[in-house]
Design a protein around this ligand. Structure first.
Ligand SMILES: Nc1ncnc2c1ncn2[C@@H]1O[C@H](COP(=O)(O)OP(=O)(O)O)[C@@H](O)[C@H]1O
Ligand SMILES: [Mg+2]
Length: 224
């Protein structure tokens, strides 16, 4: 098992008198090799859920276990460590460093993980080859297309061999043919053993996953 969430709620206190319930009693189990889509309209709580799964945020209540770690009992430093060790993130808008080459962007998580330089470069080049960009290693983000930048971001997400690939609207900023390439790449990663959670508002994109959950107004339901 990769992770297990039980009865997760996320509330925001809005001023003194009102509470916004953004996630309502969400339970989710993710196993090794799963390819899951979480689909819902804008404002339904997708990014909030992704942030909790990715240890970027903590729930208001409920139990979240990631690789045997009880997230509710972790300090900020421990959360950062779990993120770095277990999770690779892909965002809609890539989040690449504009002044760094593709190779340096991809190598960055390994720097944080304390991997030495020659090894960082070797592994980053390997990850770029997996996403088909071995010939773009020395390009900067502004010298690459949107689809290529997203593939650089995917290389960065997988370079540390994370337990889980978490993607929030990975094709949201791409034209349809670049979006297809990203879905093709996810399929290939899934076939080679990756565990993927993809968050999307788009039924077409969600249909690439093996399991689809729906989220509506903070309530997660099984699609089947
Ligand atoms: N920090 C916050 N404080 C208050 N409300 C928030 C905060 N973050 C998100 N929300 C609210 O939670 C709801 C879900 O947001 P979000 O998870 O970003 O939805 P989605 O990604 O599905 O579009 C929205 O109504 C949003 O306004
Ligand atoms: Mg969102």
């Amino acid at each position: 098992m990769i992770l297990d969430m039980h009865d997760i709620c996320k509330d925001y206190q809005m001023g003194k008198a009102s509470v916004l319930h953004v996630l309502k009693h969400v339970s989710l189990t993710v196993n090794e090799g799963d390819y899951i889509a979480i689909m819902g309209p804008s404002g339904s709580g997708k990014s909030t859920l992704m942030n909790i799964i990715g240890c970027l945020d903590v729930p208001t209540s409920g139990i979240y276990n990631l690789q045997g770690n009880n997230i509710g009992k972790c300090s900020d430093n421990q959360l950062a460590e779990l993120r770095n060790k277990y999770i690779g993130f892909v965002f809609q808008s890539f989040h690449l460093m504009p002044r760094m080459t593709a190779l340096d962007n991809v190598a960055l998580p390994l720097l944080f993980a304390g991997v030495r330089k020659s090894e960082r470069r070797r592994r980053a080049a390997e990850a770029l080859a997996i996403v088909g960009l071995e010939d773009r290693m020395n390009h900067h983000p502004d010298q690459l297309s949107g689809g290529q930048n997203q593939r650089v971001a995917i290389a960065r997400a997988i370079v540390g061999k994370p337990k889980l690939l978490l993607a929030d609207e990975p094709t949201g900023a791409l034209d349809s043919s670049s979006g297809k390439q990203v879905m093709e790449l996810f399929k290939q990663l899934h076939e080679s053993g990756a565990t993927i959670i993809m968050i999307t508002h788009d039924a077409n994109i969600a249909s690439h996953a093996k399991t689809v959950y729906h989220i509506f107004d903070g309530v997660l339901t099984d699609a089947s």
